[in-house]
Design a protein around this ligand. Structure first.
Ligand SMILES: C[S@@+](CC[C@H](N)C(=O)[O-])C[C@H]1O[C@@H](n2cnc3c(N)ncnc32)[C@H](O)[C@@H]1O
Length: 466
């Protein structure tokens, strides 16, 4: 068996990042784009001692679970990887993925509940970050054509998986409110009509870099944030006037200038052409001001479902002191504040802490305190002495999970209850294995925040062993 070899195999399960998994000569084989029930022909592209990775070439026998995806870009686009299977199957695969990690990495046998579904499996995102490029991503079919296929032009859409320089030129997208795609299409047509180029990462030329659209679930706010490479008042004023005429429902219009090489969709500076420069949305009874740079859960309706699982597991009592580690703009801290005597949020990003304080005051919450700092340094004895010993501790770290020093601090601190919210069940499982030295893992609830993708949020409830 060697790299480049063609193999045929049945797919029996799913693995990390939504890949189909089968077996070939006693080794697990991961095949992107394959789903359980398929029999596929694939080429080996990676060979390791215990597993192989193979590129899907042909579906010899299609799984009974396959459905026709809604979107023409499904399977190629980095956004959705599971549109080809019905939503109930996606939920089952996600639960299985969490269970595999919890058993194999976490060495834990706690029952994993069925995935909590999202009521709206399409058009659920409140934010889309589109990019522009003078080079478009070619499909497999185009790459393998005999004749030359030109990839130059103006591409407007999403990054091809794993590529910072190539953009899949989108003709449709079903993740955000349809107005979001219409806005993207408008900018693309405007650029083509007026011959204005997209930013070229290599040449450092061109004008258009990103278009970030934010919609509010509970209000009619609609934010357009156009990120350009340089300030050209002629283009900006004309495009702005035409967009406002075509889309009068835009409530705020921001121009961000990113004249740096970094590919982030925020600017070195920005100015507001219309409206307040932010939007407002609600989670539960709380109102949040969201500015273009702030993190906010991208599925507002499901964020409420997620927070309600956390609240159930936490079962906060009136005298409880609650810590919210990695608190972002304080959404979860404020959501839980009603039941607690005090809430303490800790977070690395300056703007997020500022937002959290503003949001607390806007909602009249006076017993929420927000501390800025890196968790591994800030979450220490001095802080605990200042704010009190936690009765309930919520932790919602980024994908990488918690730093080992934070785990050590948690084991020393011995809060009676920990609720761990995670967007990566493999790092969750790793951290649970360490915490199980002092904690029992009572419940594990996957919550689907991102239908059509392989991503899954998981909430775990831990109690201190006696
Ligand atoms: C998954 S988000 C959690 C957001 C929040 N719980 C919510 O529901 O909106 C993780 C947060 O951790 C913050 N973060 C990342 N690394 C950190 C660190 N080393 N110390 C403190 N906060 C950190 C990020 O800025 C981000 O706001």
């Amino acid at each position: 068996m060697k790299k480049g070899q063609l193999i045929e195999l049945p797919i029996h399960g799913t693995a990390f990042k939504g890949k189909g998994v089968g077996r070939y000569e006693e080794r697990a084989v991961f095949v992107k784009g394959a789903v359980p029930g398929d029999v596929v022909k694939a080429r080996i592209i990676k060979k390791k001692k215990s597993f192989l990775e193979a590129k899907l070439l042909e579906i010899i026998e299609a799984s009974e679970d396959r459905i026709t995806p809604k979107c023409q870009h499904a399977g190629v686009c980095g956004g959705c990887s599971w549109q080809q299977v019905p939503y109930e199957k996606q939920l089952a695969y996600k639960r299985q993925q969490v269970e595999d990690h919890i058993r194999r990495i976490g060495k834990c046998d706690t029952l994993v509940n069925d995935t909590l579904p999202c009521e709206q499996p399409f058009y659920y995102r409140n934010k889309m970050e589109y990019s522009f490029s003078p080079r478009r991503w070619l499909s497999d079919d185009e790459i393998h054509r005999e004749e030359f296929v030109d990839d130059s032009g103006f591409a407007a859409g999403l990054h091809a998986p794993g590529r910072f320089d190539k953009i899949l030129n989108l003709h449709e997208c079903h993740l955000q409110d349809p107005i979001s795609f219409r806005l993207l299409d408008f900018v693309r047509n405007y650029a083509l009509k007026h011959n204005i180029e997209a930013f070229d990462t290599f040449e450092k030329t061109g004008f258009f870099r990103h278009l970030v659209i934010r919609t509010s679930y509970h209000t009619s706010d609609l934010m357009v944030n156009l990120v350009c490479y340089y300030e050209d008042q002629g283009i900006i004023e004309d495009l702005y006037a035409k967009m406002m005429e075509q889309f009068p429902s835009i409530t705020t219009f921001i121009i961000s200038i990113n004249d740096q090489p970094n590919p982030t969709a925020t600017g070195r500076y920005q100015f507001v052409l219309h409206g307040s420069g932010h939007i407002e949305d609600h989670i539960g009874p709380y109102r949040f001001t969201i500015d273009p740079k702030a993190f906010f859960q991208t599925n507002t309706a499901q964020a409420e479902a997620l927070y309600s699982v956390v609240a159930d597991f936490a079962d906060i009592q009136p005298a409880d002191v609650v810590y919210d580690l990695y608190c972002g703009v304080g959404t979860l801290s404020l959501y839980l504040s009603k039941q607690a005597s005090k809430v303490v949020g800790i977070e690395l990003v300056d703007e997020a802490i500022e937002n959290a304080r503003i949001n607390a005051s806007k909602n009249g919450v006076e017993h929420a305190f927000f501390v800025k700092g890196d968790m591994k340094d800030t979450f220490n004895e001095t802080l605990i002495q200042q704010y009190g010993h936690p009765n309930v501790l919520i932790t919602d770290p980024p994908r990488a999970g918690m730093h080992p020093d934070v785990i050590t601090q948690l084991l020393d601190l011995k809060a009676p209850k920990i609720i761990y919210v995670s967007c990566d069940s493999s790092t969750l499982a790793r951290d649970l294995a360490l915490l199980s030295e002092a904690y029992s893992i009572d419940a594990i609830q996957p919550v689907d925040m991102f239908p059509q993708t392989y991503h899954i949020e998981t909430v775990a409830a831990l109690t201190l062993k006696l």
